[in-house]
Design a protein around this ligand. Sequence first.
Ligand code: 2AM
Length: 186
Amino acid sequence: MTGGTEQPELHSEPRQSLRLFYALWPDDTARAALASLQTAVSGRKTPYGNLHLTLAFLGDQPIASLSTLQKILAGLSVPDMTLTMDRIGYFTKSRIAWVGMHAAPEGLFTLQRHLMSALAHQGILADTRSAFKPHVTLARDATAPDELPFEPVHWHASHVCLIASSNEQQGAQYRILASNRANPPA
Ligand code: 2AM
Protein backbone atom coordinates (compact mmCIF):
# COMPACT_ATOMS: atom_id res chain seq x y z
CA MET A 1 0.00 0.00 0.00
CA THR A 2 1.37 3.40 -0.91
CA GLY A 3 -1.47 5.43 0.61
CA GLY A 4 -3.05 8.50 -0.96
CA THR A 5 -6.32 8.84 -2.77
CA GLU A 6 -7.26 6.45 -5.48
CA GLN A 7 -7.14 8.05 -8.93
CA PRO A 8 -9.65 7.06 -11.55
CA GLU A 9 -8.14 4.97 -14.33
CA LEU A 10 -6.87 7.29 -17.05
CA HIS A 11 -6.83 4.54 -19.62
CA SER A 12 -9.89 2.37 -19.82
CA GLU A 13 -9.47 -1.38 -19.73
CA PRO A 14 -9.35 -3.05 -23.13
CA ARG A 15 -12.88 -3.91 -24.22
CA GLN A 16 -13.98 -7.32 -23.07
CA SER A 17 -17.26 -7.25 -24.92
CA LEU A 18 -18.82 -5.97 -28.11
CA ARG A 19 -22.36 -4.91 -28.86
CA LEU A 20 -23.34 -7.17 -31.72
CA PHE A 21 -26.11 -7.94 -34.13
CA TYR A 22 -26.70 -9.92 -37.31
CA ALA A 23 -28.35 -8.16 -40.21
CA LEU A 24 -29.15 -8.31 -43.89
CA TRP A 25 -26.86 -5.73 -45.40
CA PRO A 26 -28.04 -3.88 -48.53
CA ASP A 27 -25.81 -3.55 -51.58
CA ASP A 28 -25.26 -0.05 -53.00
CA THR A 29 -28.30 -0.19 -55.27
CA ALA A 30 -30.70 -1.25 -52.52
CA ARG A 31 -29.12 1.15 -50.04
CA ALA A 32 -29.67 4.12 -52.35
CA ALA A 33 -33.26 3.03 -53.00
CA LEU A 34 -33.98 2.56 -49.28
CA ALA A 35 -32.42 5.93 -48.48
CA SER A 36 -34.67 7.61 -51.03
CA LEU A 37 -37.65 6.57 -48.88
CA GLN A 38 -36.31 8.59 -45.96
CA THR A 39 -37.80 11.74 -47.48
CA ALA A 40 -41.21 10.28 -46.55
CA VAL A 41 -40.48 10.24 -42.79
CA SER A 42 -39.68 12.73 -40.05
CA GLY A 43 -37.18 12.43 -37.20
CA ARG A 44 -33.50 11.53 -36.98
CA LYS A 45 -32.71 9.74 -40.21
CA THR A 46 -30.63 6.57 -40.09
CA PRO A 47 -27.25 7.52 -41.61
CA TYR A 48 -26.95 6.23 -45.18
CA GLY A 49 -24.24 3.69 -44.42
CA ASN A 50 -26.14 2.25 -41.44
CA LEU A 51 -29.34 1.16 -43.23
CA HIS A 52 -29.89 -2.57 -42.62
CA LEU A 53 -32.46 -5.16 -41.63
CA THR A 54 -31.74 -6.71 -38.22
CA LEU A 55 -32.09 -10.50 -37.98
CA ALA A 56 -30.92 -10.91 -34.39
CA PHE A 57 -29.79 -8.40 -31.80
CA LEU A 58 -27.29 -9.90 -29.34
CA GLY A 59 -26.39 -6.89 -27.21
CA ASP A 60 -23.07 -7.03 -25.37
CA GLN A 61 -21.24 -10.30 -25.97
CA PRO A 62 -17.83 -11.35 -24.68
CA ILE A 63 -15.09 -11.01 -27.29
CA ALA A 64 -14.29 -14.65 -26.59
CA SER A 65 -17.61 -15.59 -28.27
CA LEU A 66 -16.64 -13.97 -31.58
CA SER A 67 -15.27 -17.09 -33.23
CA THR A 68 -18.44 -19.03 -32.34
CA LEU A 69 -20.57 -16.19 -33.70
CA GLN A 70 -18.55 -16.14 -36.92
CA LYS A 71 -18.92 -19.92 -37.26
CA ILE A 72 -22.67 -19.61 -36.81
CA LEU A 73 -22.73 -17.03 -39.60
CA ALA A 74 -20.57 -19.16 -41.89
CA GLY A 75 -22.85 -22.15 -41.23
CA LEU A 76 -26.01 -20.31 -42.30
CA SER A 77 -27.49 -21.20 -45.62
CA VAL A 78 -28.32 -17.75 -47.00
CA PRO A 79 -31.09 -17.76 -49.60
CA ASP A 80 -31.04 -15.42 -52.57
CA MET A 81 -34.15 -13.32 -51.91
CA THR A 82 -35.87 -10.36 -53.41
CA LEU A 83 -37.51 -8.32 -50.68
CA THR A 84 -40.33 -6.14 -51.90
CA MET A 85 -40.15 -3.22 -49.49
CA ASP A 86 -43.60 -1.82 -50.02
CA ARG A 87 -44.83 -0.74 -46.61
CA ILE A 88 -43.90 2.28 -44.51
CA GLY A 89 -44.78 1.71 -40.87
CA TYR A 90 -44.27 3.05 -37.36
CA PHE A 91 -43.40 1.56 -33.98
CA THR A 92 -45.31 3.83 -31.60
CA LYS A 93 -43.40 3.02 -28.40
CA SER A 94 -39.90 3.39 -29.83
CA ARG A 95 -41.00 6.15 -32.27
CA ILE A 96 -39.30 4.40 -35.16
CA ALA A 97 -40.41 4.96 -38.74
CA TRP A 98 -39.53 1.99 -40.90
CA VAL A 99 -39.96 0.35 -44.25
CA GLY A 100 -40.99 -3.27 -44.43
CA MET A 101 -43.01 -5.70 -46.49
CA HIS A 102 -46.65 -6.59 -46.82
CA ALA A 103 -45.50 -10.10 -47.75
CA ALA A 104 -42.01 -11.04 -46.59
CA PRO A 105 -40.70 -14.22 -48.26
CA GLU A 106 -40.86 -17.38 -46.18
CA GLY A 107 -37.10 -17.78 -46.76
CA LEU A 108 -36.46 -14.69 -44.64
CA PHE A 109 -38.33 -16.15 -41.67
CA THR A 110 -36.59 -19.50 -42.15
CA LEU A 111 -33.20 -17.77 -42.22
CA GLN A 112 -33.99 -15.86 -39.03
CA ARG A 113 -35.28 -19.00 -37.27
CA HIS A 114 -32.17 -20.98 -38.25
CA LEU A 115 -29.99 -18.19 -36.93
CA MET A 116 -31.89 -18.03 -33.63
CA SER A 117 -31.75 -21.78 -33.14
CA ALA A 118 -28.01 -21.91 -33.97
CA LEU A 119 -27.46 -19.19 -31.34
CA ALA A 120 -29.61 -20.99 -28.77
CA HIS A 121 -27.75 -24.22 -29.52
CA GLN A 122 -24.51 -22.47 -28.51
CA GLY A 123 -26.14 -20.98 -25.42
CA ILE A 124 -25.97 -17.45 -26.83
CA LEU A 125 -28.89 -15.26 -25.85
CA ALA A 126 -30.36 -13.04 -28.52
CA ASP A 127 -33.08 -10.50 -27.81
CA THR A 128 -36.33 -12.46 -28.10
CA ARG A 129 -38.57 -9.94 -26.32
CA SER A 130 -40.64 -9.39 -29.40
CA ALA A 131 -41.44 -11.47 -32.45
CA PHE A 132 -39.31 -10.93 -35.54
CA LYS A 133 -40.80 -8.01 -37.49
CA PRO A 134 -38.58 -7.56 -40.52
CA HIS A 135 -37.99 -3.86 -41.13
CA VAL A 136 -35.37 -1.27 -42.01
CA THR A 137 -35.34 1.67 -39.62
CA LEU A 138 -35.57 4.87 -41.64
CA ALA A 139 -35.70 7.34 -38.74
CA ARG A 140 -35.84 7.52 -34.96
CA ASP A 141 -37.71 10.04 -32.82
CA ALA A 142 -40.15 10.13 -35.71
CA THR A 143 -43.83 10.96 -35.83
CA ALA A 144 -46.22 8.50 -37.46
CA PRO A 145 -45.61 8.75 -41.21
CA ASP A 146 -48.43 9.60 -43.60
CA GLU A 147 -49.74 6.69 -45.58
CA LEU A 148 -48.76 7.97 -48.99
CA PRO A 149 -48.30 5.66 -51.96
CA PHE A 150 -44.68 5.09 -53.01
CA GLU A 151 -42.73 3.04 -55.49
CA PRO A 152 -41.69 -0.20 -53.73
CA VAL A 153 -38.00 -0.99 -53.42
CA HIS A 154 -37.03 -4.42 -54.77
CA TRP A 155 -34.04 -5.34 -52.66
CA HIS A 156 -32.02 -8.25 -53.90
CA ALA A 157 -30.87 -9.37 -50.46
CA SER A 158 -27.97 -11.77 -50.39
CA HIS A 159 -25.61 -10.65 -47.61
CA VAL A 160 -25.91 -11.49 -43.92
CA CYS A 161 -23.38 -9.73 -41.72
CA LEU A 162 -22.23 -9.88 -38.11
CA ILE A 163 -21.92 -6.26 -37.03
CA ALA A 164 -20.38 -4.51 -34.05
CA SER A 165 -22.10 -1.33 -32.96
CA SER A 166 -20.56 1.41 -30.89
CA ASN A 167 -21.93 4.70 -29.69
CA GLU A 168 -19.65 7.48 -30.80
CA GLN A 169 -20.08 11.23 -30.54
CA GLN A 170 -21.42 11.32 -34.08
CA GLY A 171 -23.92 8.52 -33.33
CA ALA A 172 -24.02 4.76 -33.81
CA GLN A 173 -21.06 3.41 -35.74
CA TYR A 174 -21.36 -0.03 -37.32
CA ARG A 175 -18.41 -2.24 -38.22
CA ILE A 176 -18.89 -5.38 -40.29
CA LEU A 177 -16.96 -8.19 -38.63
CA ALA A 178 -17.91 -11.03 -40.96
CA SER A 179 -20.34 -11.74 -43.74
CA ASN A 180 -21.93 -14.65 -45.55
CA ARG A 181 -23.59 -14.36 -48.91
CA ALA A 182 -26.06 -16.40 -50.87
CA ASN A 183 -24.71 -18.50 -53.70
CA PRO A 184 -25.60 -16.74 -56.93
CA PRO A 185 -28.32 -18.64 -58.83
CA ALA A 186 -26.78 -21.26 -61.19
P1 2AM B 1 -33.90 -1.60 -35.37
O1 2AM B 1 -33.65 -2.90 -36.08
O2 2AM B 1 -35.34 -1.35 -35.07
O3 2AM B 1 -33.29 -0.45 -36.11
C1 2AM B 1 -28.48 -2.28 -33.77
O4 2AM B 1 -28.79 -1.62 -32.59
C2 2AM B 1 -29.71 -2.79 -34.46
O5 2AM B 1 -30.36 -3.81 -33.66
C3 2AM B 1 -30.75 -1.73 -34.71
O6 2AM B 1 -31.16 -1.88 -36.02
C4 2AM B 1 -31.85 -2.01 -33.72
O7 2AM B 1 -33.15 -1.66 -33.98
C5 2AM B 1 -31.73 -3.50 -33.52
N1 2AM B 1 -32.21 -3.89 -32.19
C6 2AM B 1 -33.12 -4.86 -31.95
N2 2AM B 1 -33.33 -4.99 -30.64
C7 2AM B 1 -32.58 -4.05 -30.03
C8 2AM B 1 -32.40 -3.66 -28.67
N3 2AM B 1 -33.02 -4.28 -27.66
N4 2AM B 1 -31.56 -2.65 -28.43
C9 2AM B 1 -30.91 -2.01 -29.43
N5 2AM B 1 -31.03 -2.34 -30.72
C10 2AM B 1 -31.87 -3.34 -31.03
